[in-house]
Design a protein around this ligand. Structure first.
Ligand SMILES: Nc1ncnc2c1ncn2[C@@H]1O[C@H](COP(=O)(O)OP(=O)(O)OP(=O)(O)O)[C@@H](O)[C@H]1O
Ligand SMILES: [Mg+2]
Length: 464
C-alpha cells in the first residue's frame, strides 16, 4: 500500500516547484559555464556539438585551395584549367584573366556558378568560391585578401574512383589543354665575347612547318611521329631502366631537303620550345655547360651543321679557329651532365656530311635515331603540290613531272621555289617541267648542252 503513495499523480503545485528548481539549476549552470569558459570557447563547443548532431550527408566535398602553404597548389590550377573547357554556355558570371606573356584571354568560371561534370557515369558538381577571411593585427580585426578555392561535390561512395582516377585524369587533360594554347618559342643559345655565356631574348617560333606540310616519304614521316609519341609516354620506362628521359636525333642529308623544316615540325607537334645552340660562338666546355643549364624541360636543343669545323675531325685535326671547345665536352654534355640534368629533352644534330662526323658522336645512346633527309620523292611532290598549289588529286602535267623526279635528284627546296614562281598553276607546272628537264640535261650532257630557254629558267625571279 505504501508503494501506491509513491505512484501518486503530481499535483500542479509540486510540478511548479519542480520546474522552478530546474530553471534555477539551468540558470546556475549557465552562470557557471559563462564564468568558467570565455565566449570564443563556448562558440567552439556549440559549433562542434551542432556539427556532431547535424544529419549525416551522403555527399563528400573535396576542397582545392589555391595555395598549399606558400607554394601554389598544382591540383587547383589543373582543375581550374580543366573547368575552363566545361563552362556552361548559359553562365551569367565569368572571370577574365590575361598575363603579359600570354597572347590569349582566359575565360574562367566565377563565384556562384556551378559546373556539373560526369566521369564514368558519376555526376560531380564543381563550385568556385572566394572566401573573405578576417584576421587580426595588433589586436585589431583586419580583412585579408579573399582566398579562392574550388569545391568538388559528389556521392561519398565514389570517393575512391574520384581521387584515384578522376583527379589524375584532370591533371592529364589540363596539360593537354595547356599544350594546345602553348606558343612554341625559339631561344638563341649563344655566348658573347668569350664570357661565361648568356642567351638572347626568345621569339615565338612562327615556322609554319608541320608534319602535314613536310614533303617526305609517308612511312618515314609516320615512323618519326611514332618514335616521338613513344618517347613522350615512356617516362616510367626510362626511370625503370635507369636512363635519362632524353632522345637524340641526327638529321643528315643535302642542303634543302628539309632538316630545319623537320625540326620546326617536331617542335610544333610536341609544343616544345627550341633552344638553338650556336657552337661556332662557344669558347670552352664551361661555356657550353653554362648555356645548357639555361635550357628548360620539354624542349628541343638544336645544334645545326655539326660538321662545319667547330669540332676536331675524326683524325684529330683541329677546327679552323682556335677554340677551347672539345668533342669530349660535347659528348659529356650529351652523356654526362646532360643525362642528369632535366627531363623530357630532345637533342637534334644536323649535318650535310654524316661521313665527316666522329664515330664517337654517332654511337647508339648518343644519337638514338638517324634520319636521312633525302631528295624529293613522288609522294613528297604530291605533298608540295597540295601545299603550294592546292592540287589534291591529279593534273595532266603530273605524269611527266613524276617521271622526271624519279630519274633526277632534286631537293624539296628547289621544287618548292619553282612552285612559288607564279599564281597560275599552268605556268608554274610548265616552269617546273623545264627546270627538271634542265637538271636532267645537265647530268646527261654537261652544262654546254643547256639552251637559252633553260638558262632563262635557271635565273631567279627578278622583280623591279
Ligand atoms: N621536305 C620538305 N618539305 C617541305 N618543304 C621543304 C622540304 N625541304 C625543304 N623545303 C623547303 O625548302 C626550304 C629550305 O629547307 P630547310 O631549311 O628545311 O632545308 P635544310 O635541309 O635544313 O637545308 P640546310 O642543310 O641548308 O640547312 C624550307 O623553308 C621549305 O620551304
Ligand atoms: Mg637547315
Amino acid at each position: 500500500m505504501g508503494d501506491r503513495s509513491f505512484m501518486a499523480m503530481p499535483t500542479p503545485s509540486s510540478l511548479l516547484s519542480a520546474y522552478a528548481s530546474m530553471s534555477t539549476s539551468i540558470m546556475l549552470f549557465r552562470t557557471m559555464f559563462n564564468q568558467l569558459f570565455p565566449a570564443h570557447l563556448q562558440r567552439y563547443v556549440l559549433h562542434n556539438v551542432r556539427l556532431y548532431w547535424k544529419p549525416k550527408s551522403s555527399k563528400l566535398t573535396l576542397i582545392f585551395d589555391e595555395k598549399d602553404g606558400m607554394t601554389s597548389n598544382h591540383m587547383f590550377h589543373a582543375a581550374e584549367a580543366f573547368l575552363c573547357s566545361k563552362i556552361n554556355p548559359n553562365s551569367e558570371r565569368l572571370r577574365i584573366t590575361k598575363s603579359d606573356k600570354e597572347p590569349h584571354i582566359n575565360v574562367k568560371f566565377a563565384e556562384s556558378e556551378n559546373i556539373i561534370d560526369s566521369y564514368e557515369g558519376i555526376e560531380v558538381t564543381w563550385r568556385y568560391v572566394r572566401q573573405q577571411k578576417n584576421g587580426s593585427g595588433n589586436g585589431r580585426p583586419i580583412s585579408i585578401e579573399p582566398t579562392p578555392y574550388l569545391e568538388l561535390k559528389f556521392d561519398k561512395k565514389y570517393k575512391q574512383i574520384i581521387i584515384s582516377s578522376y583527379l589524375p585524369w584532370i591533371i592529364k587533360r589540363s596539360q593537354e589543354l595547356e599544350n594546345e594554347k602553348k606558343v612554341v618559342k625559339l631561344h638563341n643559345l649563344q655566348s658573347y665575347g668569350g664570357g661565361p655565356g648568356g642567351y638572347k631574348e626568345s621569339v615565338n617560333l612562327d615556322h609554319p612547318s608541320t608534319f602535314d606540310t613536310l614533303a617526305m616519304d609517308p612511312k618515314m614521316k609516320q615512323a618519326i611521329i611514332d618514335d616521338l609519341n613513344l618517347f613522350l609516354k615512356r617516362k616510367d620506362f626510362y626511370k625503370k631502366v635507369g636512363k635519362a628521359w632524353k632522345r637524340g636525333y641526327l638529321l643528315y642529308g643535302p642542303p634543302g631537303t628539309g632538316k630545319s623544316s623537320l625540326i620546326a615540325a617536331m617542335a610544333n607537334y610536341l609544343k616544345f620550345d627550341i633552344f638553338d645552340l650556336q657552337l661556332s660562338n662557344l669558347y670552352g666546355d664551361q661555356c657550353l655547360k653554362n648555356l645548357m643549364l639555361k635550357t628548360k624541360n620539354r624542349s628541343i636543343v638544336v645544334i645545326e651543321d655539326i660538321d662545319c669545323g667547330v669540332l676536331p675531325d675524326r683524325n684529330g685535326a683541329p677546327p679552323p679557329k682556335d677554340r677551347k671547345f672539345s668533342l669530349s665536352g660535347l659528348l659529356n654534355f650529351i652523356d654526362g651532365l646532360w643525362s642528369c640534368y632535366g627531363d623530357e629533352r630532345i637533342i637534334i644534330f644536323t649535318t650535310n656530311h654524316k661521313e665527316r662526323l666522329d664515330p664517337a658522336l654517332l654511337r647508339p645512346g648518343r644519337m638514338d635515331v638517324h634520319i636521312h633527309m633525302s631528295y624529293l620523292t613522288v609522294d613528297g611532290f604530291e605533298t608540295l603540290a597540295a601545299n603550294y598549289l592546292n592540287i589534291y588529286d591529279h593534273h595532266w602535267r603530273f605524269r611527266e613531272i613524276k617521271e622526271l623526279i624519279k630519274c633526277k635528284k632534286v631537293t624539296p627546296a628547289e621544287v618548292a621555289e619553282e612552285l612559288m614562281k607564279s599564281e597560275d598553276v599552268e605556268v608554274v607546272l610548265g616552269g617546273l617541267v623545264k627546270f627538271l628537264k634542265r637538271k636532267k640535261m645537265e647530268d646527261d650532257e654537261g652544262k654546254d648542252g643547256v639552251d637559252d630557254e633553260v638558262h632563262e629558267a635557271k635565273k631567279p625571279k627578278m622583280i623591279s
